[in-house]
Design a binder for this molecule. Structure first.
Ligand code: ADP
Length: 367
């Protein structure tokens, strides 16, 4: 009988509760015991009351809840081996042999590291008599499965991450509200959205709201050119009778020399050169909050179910899987390869290798 714990870690994302619900209920359905680790890796390191068994009814109503009800945290202790040693002892004490982690690339890196450390950690716990020989024999291996929860949609090897469409939806609603007031006053609005290395939210929001211009990290604005391009485009739209101008800028937007392009820079330009009454709106944490959209509830549920199936199918030899979705099919990908590709994208952007950054993010669509 597998004892499967689920946890959420890193930045919260709408749909995480739906994932926890799916894991708990499907695990119980498959005859396993389900547990929740509260407060991310912090709870794992603290142990005790932070690791609790979940009953079917404990996750009732969780599909439609935003954020993560089992909590999340950033945890420095888990980055050190000593912290992971305590975490291993706590999991074994709670009787857990499998861990499903829903988080971003940082959380999933930590999870995989924990798994590769595991045999050594168990040996050390046995040697120091922190656990019995019987426990040590029972818990030789730790099964890890990753679910990607991130509003930025910034993980390689999967088309969509849990939370991204809810966040996109929220941004669209905010831009719609801004549009009404922009039209009334004939104003321009520069809307800053989240995405440090990933412009997915910005591009999709621009598409879905019919924005006039968009700035993202992956396709940097050409130094010496973008100012004219943007000002000319916006002037032309105004001459055609448009009463509002919407510019979407990702928080990590850059120009081709890697200088950050801020919403204030754009505002200044539009005010001075196009003489538009321009305002800046930074959406901030509104983008993370609120109920998950239907797509995220569905994605989290299907992926949560597959995560449990992946636990049941795992062997000590197979690499930890990450549950992905590719071309509308739930898929398992090697977790560390996906994380490595994700880091390569950020590195490529830092090295100005933008073409590689785009190909790496979506290897299957690379030319
Ligand atoms: P995200 O999962 O959203 O990318 P973080 O990068 O903040 O968020 O990671 C969340 C937590 O995962 C960290 O607070 C830390 O406890 C753990 N973590 C991240 N990277 C590592 C790592 N390289 N080794 C061990 N633990 C890590």
């Amino acid at each position: 009988k597998k004892k499967i714990a689920v946890m959420t870690s890193g930045g919260d994302a709408p749909g995480m509760n739906a994932a926890v619900r799916a894991v708990a209920r499907y695990a119980i359905h498959r005859g396993c015991d389900a547990f929740a680790v509260y407060e991310g890796y912090e709870g794992l390191v603290q142990g005790g009351d932070m690791i609790r068994q979940l009953a079917w009814g404990d996750v009732r109503g969780w599909l439609a809840e935003g954020g993560t009800l089992i909590g999340t945290a950033r945890c420095m202790a888990f980055r050190e081996r000593a912290g992971r040693l305590r975490a291993a002892k706590n999991l074994i004490t709670a009787g857990v042999d499998s861990l499903i982690v829903c988080g971003g690339d940082g959380s999933l890196t930590g999870a995989d590291l924990f798994r590769s450390d595991w045999p050594g950690l168990v040996q050390e716990l046995e040697d120091t008599k922190a656990i019995t020989t019987e426990q040590s024999n029972l818990y030789r291996n730790l099964t890890i499965v990753g679910l990607v929860g991130s509003i930025d949609n910034d993980m390689s090897s999967t088309d969509v991450t849990i939370g991204a469409f809810s966040s996109l939806h929220r941004i669209c609603e905010a831009v719609d509200s801004i549009s009404s007031t922009a039209i009334s006053h004939s104003r321009a609005f520069v809307v800053e959205v989240m995405g440090r290395h990933c412009g997915w939210l910005a591009v999709l929001a621009a598409l879905a709201t019919g924005a006039d211009f968009v700035f993202v990290p992956e396709r940097p604005a050409q130094v010496g050119k973008w100012q004219d391009e943007m000002c000319n485009a916006l002037s032309a739209f105004r001459k055609e009778g448009k009463r509002k101008s919407i510019i979407i800028v990702a928080e990590g937007a850059i120009d081709s020399e890697l200088n950050h392009i801020s919403a204030e820079d754009i505002k200044k330009l539009l005010s001075e050169r196009v003489h538009l009454d321009t305002r800046v709106t930074t959406l901030g944490h509104v983008q993370r909050g609120g109920i998950p959209c239907a797509y995220d509830r569905m994605l989290a549920t299907l992926q949560g179910v597959d995560a449990v199936d992946a636990v049941l199918a795992s062997t000590p030899e197979t690499p930890s899987p990450m549950i992905a979705i590719n071309g509308n099919k739930i898929n398992r990908k090697p977790l560390m390869e996906a994380v490595k590709l994700t880091h390569k994208v950020a590195d490529a952007i830092e090295k100005k290798d933008f073409a590689s950054a785009m190909d790496l993010r979506d290897p299957e669509f690379a030319d």
